[in-house]
Design a protein around this ligand. Structure first.
Ligand code: GCW
Length: 646
């Protein structure tokens, strides 16, 4: 299949079937503007009289509706007419896709006025796409869905696929996309200057869907692209270069979103190289963007990746807080600190990053990972909605949740040029769920899954079987991989499959410290790295205490003896054995459940899911056997149930 030909591409959650309810009705669209035109195009023919669906752009919402802002909409149904009202074109587009999601339900009975306004002002997907194929990371860093939809082998691709992507994203509520990898190589760096035309072309294609384009830029760009002797953020020449370069970007793309920066992180250049703070660095770029209304997303993922494993005083988990919390209040308004949800790195289970609560005077974006780098790489079915929902609802600062503290939600996309978009067809649900949760973090992740099933797989697909496969799949994945929040234990480099000691003696700062007595990282204030002290109460004390610490995070915070009794009543070692046997067994059950979908979904999709589930079953057994054998050999404690451990 030619990948630029959309005919073979799965329609994901926008199949023609999803539009039936609208297509069979008389629709009126009132208003002007690019996004209103998009709605008109989606609707097809519109009428002026006798409409059963009215989509109206109006400055005025009914008095019982509060302000709708730039993107919100109101929906009601009275006297047989369904009405969507919006104050701005983007709101009308989101309202339209909401009606698509509702389907026939949008045209039933009466509906009181509902107000839908996004909780997060920016809902952004970052692509870790490279322009040239990177010798180690490939076309898309941590991409498991084929190639990039933007570039292939150094060249920009036909944009038909990008257009289809924009449409899919708009239908979930996404409004910003960063095109290129945060690890910026020279080819991507040049998107800012002589390759700007490529960015403008993508912006032109995504604009009708209400999506603004952002770029990852290199902090060293004034040197590498501008030929200046320094990239010192306080140097006048450097500031002038950013100002001029940014002005040219806005000449080409007036609604350009802004920059994303990974600085002083895993080898990327940054302000530390010039003896400056990260606020100095972020503010220099923020100042260049401010006249045009742009923003800089400055990543907090700053840590020492050249650590000595023998040194027990350095704790990677502490790094972001240690670097950034003292800078609270010194960032410009248009500088947004982008913080990974956990203190380490997108693990299957981590505590919430304490940075999110530590910077009340800073705009914070929380970053999630839709691409399943550490959660099965789209070979394992792992529905992440429940994890993200748990993260967003977590009361980190008194009663204030993560969703309440974050101004924005960002995630690394899992989409590529694969015919199902996401490699594993069931991983589409993750992309869909991210957009929906970013719009409304209080949504139930299992209802979101229902929406996706309805739209993407249709009414014939066995919903019960799909829920049985996916609802707990994140916890299942957790159960057969690294235990009790300790993280990693993956194969170095590509991060797929088990390798308990793979990172144990490396410089990366991700250790489990298993010995014959116990396992886990002592991050307490009393005897460990003191990381627990970065949390507000009650968490500082809850995590500090071996007794009070939640089971699922025990080994993140404590070096616990194998015979320590968990809240569940099991010991650490027996928990490891039990969960690994049960988790691997569960994947066999998932594989069996999929059989119920035979004949209910397209044959190519069916075949792809089977192939992936087979691999999941194989891989889960490998995880089980390696983890169980490792801990049996370390501890000498046999399985109480006498099962096979090698
Ligand atoms: O999870 C790690 C990945 C890197 C990635 C880095 C980051 C883009 O292994 O591939 O680099 O995080 O978030 O910057």
């Amino acid at each position: 299949m030619d990948i630029d030909d959309l005919s073979g591409v799965h329609p994901a959650w926008l199949p023609p079937r999803a539009f039936q309810a609208i297509a069979s009705r008389r629709v009126a669209v009132h208003g002007t503007g690019l996004l209103v035109e998009t709605v008109r195009e989606e609707v097809g023919a519109t009428v002026t009289a006798g409409a059963e669906l009215v989509l109206r752009l109006t400055g005025e919402a009914p008095s019982e509706v509060g302000p709708l802002g730039d993107e919100g909409f109101a929906l009601y149904r009275r006297d047989g007419v369904t009405v969507v009202l919006a104050g701005a074109p983007a709101g009308l587009l989101h309202g339209f896709f909401h009606v698509v999601r509702l389907g026939e339900a949008a045209f039933a009975g009466e509906r009181p006025v509902e107000r839908h306004v996004p909780a997060m002002r920016r809902r952004m997907l970052d692509h870790w796409d490279n322009i040239d194929v990177h010798p180690v990371m490939g076309q898309v860093e941590r991409g498991y869905s084929g190639g990039s939809i933007f570039w292939r082998d150094g060249v920009q691709r036909d944009l038909a696929r990008v257009r289809a992507y924009g449409r899919l994203l708009a239908a979930t509520g996404i409004n910003a996309v960063t095109l290129n990898n945060v690890n910026v190589h020279l080819a991507e760096a040049r998107l800012l200057t002589d390759r700007l035309g490529e960015v403008a072309a993508v912006a032109g294609v995504l604009r009708p869907y209400g999506i603004r384009v952002h770029l990852s830029v290199s902090f060293a760009a004034p040197v590498t692209l501008g030929g200046l002797p320094t990239a010192d953020p306080l140097d006048e020449g450097v500031r002038g270069w950013w100002a001029r370069t940014t002005a040219r970007v806005y000449e080409a793309i007036p609604d350009f979103g802004g920059y994303v920066v990974k600085a002083d992180s895993e080898g990327q250049p940054g302000p530390f190289g010039y003896g400056r703070s990260h606020a100095d660095g972020a503010n220099a770029l923020a100042d260049a963007l401010a006249p045009f209304g742009g923003v800089v997303h400055w990543r907090a993922f700053v840590y020492n990746h050249r650590q000595d494993w023998r040194d027990r005083s350095t704790d990677r988990a502490r790094a972001a807080y240690d670097h950034f919390a003292p800078l609270d209040g010194t960032f410009r308004d248009n500088a947004i600190l982008q913080v990974k949800y956990g203190p380490i790195d997108f693990q299957t289970r981590e505590p919430i990053s304490p940075v999110i609560a530590a910077m009340p005077a800073t705009n914070v974006a929380v970053e999630l990972q839709v691409t399943q780098e550490y959660t099965g790489q789209q070979r394992h079915a792992c529905y992440l909605g429940p994890m993200w929902s748990e993260v967003l609802r977590f009361p980190l600062a008194g009663r204030v949740t993560v969703a309440g503290l974050a101004r924005e939600l960002v995630a690394v996309s899992n989409a590529g040029d694969d015919r199902f978009w996401t490699g594993h067809p069931l991983a589409q649900a993750n992309l869909y769920a991210f957009g929906r949760l970013a719009w409304e973090p209080s949504l139930d992740p299992l209802s979101i899954l229902d929406e996706w099933i309805d739209l993407a797989l249709g009414p014939d697909a066995d919903r019960e079987a799909l829920h049985a496969i996916l609802d707990d799949s994140w916890r299942t994945y957790e159960s057969y991989t690294a235990p009790l929040g300790v993280g990693f234990m993956v194969r170095p480099g590509h991060h797929y499959g088990p390798d308990v000691d793979g990172y144990e003696y490396t410089p990366w700062g991700t250790y489990h410290f298993a010995d014959r007595e116990g396992v886990g990282v002592d991050r307490t204030r009393a005897t460990g790295t003191g990381f627990t002290g970065q949390y507000p109460q009650p968490w500082a004390d809850v995590y500090e205490s071996l007794e009070r610490c939640p089971d699922e995070l025990l080994l993140f915070f404590h070096h616990a003896p194998y015979d320590h009794v968990l809240h569940s009543g099991s010991t650490v070692i027996q928990h490891i054995y039990d969960t690994h046997f049960a988790g691997a067994e569960r994947t066999v059950e998932m594989r069996r459940l999929w059989e119920r979908l035979a004949g209910q979904v397209a044959p190519d999709l069916d075949a792809r899911v089977r192939e992936r589930l087979d691999e999941q079953v194989r891989s889960a057994a490998e995880w089980r056997d390696q983890i169980n054998t490792y801990f049996f050999r370390k501890s000498g404690v046999p399985d109480a149930k006498g099962r096979t451990i090698y």
